[in-house]
Design a protein. Structure first.
Length: 270
């Protein structure tokens, strides 16, 4: 009797693995209203960060995890690159590529602002922090909403703590996969002044050890670009990065005003 095989989907992934990958998208990310909003954000990020694709020329309409790509690009190669970027997302079950080709289309200016400051290596010390965890996509509205929601939960959970309105907010970006990210959002705490925590408010420490850093991250496109620069630089110097980056945002802000991005290094590659 022939062995029963598990059918594969558009990614070449078995149905059972695909069902597992899709379960995390069943609940809307912070700031979204339905699972298709999650998928739409992932599609948008994939299109924005694909090399050689002009930003804003391609749009993805999502219905029941099925994506229809529309817009205009200058070449067949760009059209194929856009489809490949979306096809690589586990949360997409079907793609219809209706992108038109116009060879006369002018390329827009580079979408991501250049970061001229070369990476440097720093040694970070661990600081105590209180934090909550949120899940979102790396789209500005989703990240900002997740951070704002985390701060609201922190302030509610620490209502009896006099020092809860710290001016130093830490955002840890964990488990970054290009489509989703885990955020640990919290306040730095003076040593010996740790408040009582309960429920979703947890106590921990910021990352410590050697880290690559890039200064002056002012917006999300720069954040995405900086992380890629740091990953490439780590490989070039033979260092293995951890799957975690962080920023310390001064003044209680919820954005990225000149806050350095740090990428933790674990060890030297053999």
């Amino acid at each position: 009797m022939a062995a029963v095989t598990d059918p594969v989907d558009i990614h070449g992934t078995t149905n059972s693995r695909r069902r597992s990958a899709l379960r995390e998208f069943n609940e809307p990310f912070v700031g979204n209203t339905c699972a298709d909003d999650n998928v739409a954000e992932c599609v948008q990020l994939a299109l924005w960060t694909t090399p050689g694709l002009p930003r804003g020329n391609v749009h993805g309409e999502v219905k029941d995890r099925r994506v229809t790509l529309t817009g205009t690009l200058a070449s067949r190669q760009q059209r194929q690159a856009a489809e490949a970027a979306v096809r690589a997302l586990d949360c997409v079950t079907k793609i219809t590529n209706d992108i038109a080709i116009d060879p006369t289309l002018k390329q827009p200016p580079e979408a991501v602002d250049a970061i001229d400051t070369p990476p440097d290596i720093r040694v970070a010390c661990a600081f105590p922090m209180v934090y909550v965890t949120r899940y979102c996509s790396m789209i500005p509205a989703s990240v900002s909403a997740a951070i704002a929601d985390a701060i609201t939960s922190l302030d509610h959970g620490l209502a009896d703590w006099d020092d809860r309105h710290s001016a130093r907010l830490v955002v840890l970006y964990r488990n970054q996969r290009g489509d989703t990210v885990t955020l640990d959002v919290g306040y730095l705490v003076e040593r010996g002044m740790m408040p009582a925590v309960a429920g979703e408010v947890k106590a921990g420490s910021t990352p410590a050890g050697e880290a690559l850093a890039i200064e002056d991250i002012e917006n999300l496109p720069q954040l995405v670009a900086a992380r890629e620069i740091l990953l490439s630089y780590a490989a070039a110097i033979g260092r293995k990065p951890e799957n975690i980056a962080w920023q310390i945002l001064e003044g209680g802000t919820h954005s990225w005003p000149n806050a350095p991005l740090h990428l933790l290094l674990s060890r030297r590659l053999q």
